[in-house]
Write a protein that binds this ligand. Structure first.
Ligand code: NAI
Length: 259
């Protein structure tokens, strides 16, 4: 049995991954705001610091893998929480767990990105750069200038662009890839979870429904968990810094017009 940490373990895709890992006999340290082994608020630096300390204590300093699924959806008015959880809830947490991951053999990390990184228009590059420098407050200020309707989706896409880029950088650098840690991103499209449900029922539900999905169905948490399980397995030993898109065809459809 191997030891994994899963954030966002109380709901949706994080919950599905935690269940799959436990079914295979692995030890899972679940992290969430509720219903988890470690209760933590990943939206604040203190919450992230406490989570790291609690994880390291529970895993005895060695982790075979990590799945970062905690996330906040594109809610209007939640710009700050979106970037805090979706970007720093991943990057700060992983930085704190790096040595425990390096202490394992071929540790695997799977980070939840999103296909919104390539499908959301009007995302200011300056906001993504602020996030990459660790400046959530300035990023949120820039994002709010996009106005009430756009700022939620733009914050969401910016948070996922920043975290995806962080994974490309470290998934290929000496400190992470050089230490044998495999760091990859899964980029889902619309998957039927409480996060998507809230969007469909929210003020922008019409826009969410209008989002083109060539397969004309939403994904299930179990389908995405199966891809994550593959990315955590030895079949993924030769993979790092990659972004795996599983989205019913949306990204390919939008990019099929590139040329
Ligand atoms: P979900 O809402 O079912 O689960 C997310 C979990 O994150 C919840 O249990 C929640 O309590 C936890 N969380 C949120 N804020 C937190 C905080 N401050 N501290 C600790 N935990 C916190 O969402 P879902 O759909 O399973 O999403 C998983 C990941 O996949 C997220 O990163 C999301 O952005 C991403 N994603 C989801 C898509 C979808 O259509 N459902 C599409 C693309 C990406």
């Amino acid at each position: 049995p191997r030891r994994y940490v899963v954030t966002g373990a109380a709901s949706g895709m994080g919950s599905a991954v935690a269940e799959s890992l436990r079914t295979q006999g692995h030890t899972v340290i679940g992290v969430d705001q509720r219903d988890a082994d470690i209760i933590a608020d990943l939206a604040t630096p203190d919450g992230r610091r406490d989570a790291i300390a609690a994880i390291l204590a529970l895993c005895d300093g060695v982790l075979d893998g990590a799945v970062l699924a905690a996330g906040v959806g594109p809610k209007a008015g939640a710009e700050r929480a979106i970037v805090e959880v979706n970007t720093f809830g991943v990057t700060e947490l992983l930085a704190g767990l790096r040595d425990a991951l390096a202490a394992s053999n071929k540790a695997k990390v799977v980070v939840f990105g999103s296909n919104s990184t390539t499908s959301t228009p009007f995302v200011p590059k300056s906001a993504v750069r602020k996030l990459m420098k660790g400046d959530a407050a300035s990023a949120a200020t820039i994002i709010r200038r996009r106005g009430k309707v756009l700022s939620g989706p733009v914050a969401y896409a910016a948070s996922k662009l920043a975290v995806t880029q962080w994974c490309r950088v470290h998934g290929t650098d000496l400190d992470w890839a050089g230490a044998g840690i495999r760091l990859n991103v899964i980029a889902p499209g619309p998957v039927m979870t409480p996060l998507l449900q809230a969007q469909l029922e929210g003020a922008s539900g019409k826009n969410v429904r209008a989002f083109p999905v060539p397969l004309r169905e939403y994904g299930t948490p179990e389908q995405l968990a199966a891809w994550v399980m593959l990315m955590l397995s030895s079949d993924a030993d030769f993979m790092s810094g990659s972004v795996v898109t599983v989205d019913g065809g949306t990204e390919a459809y939008l990019r099929s017009r590139d040329w």
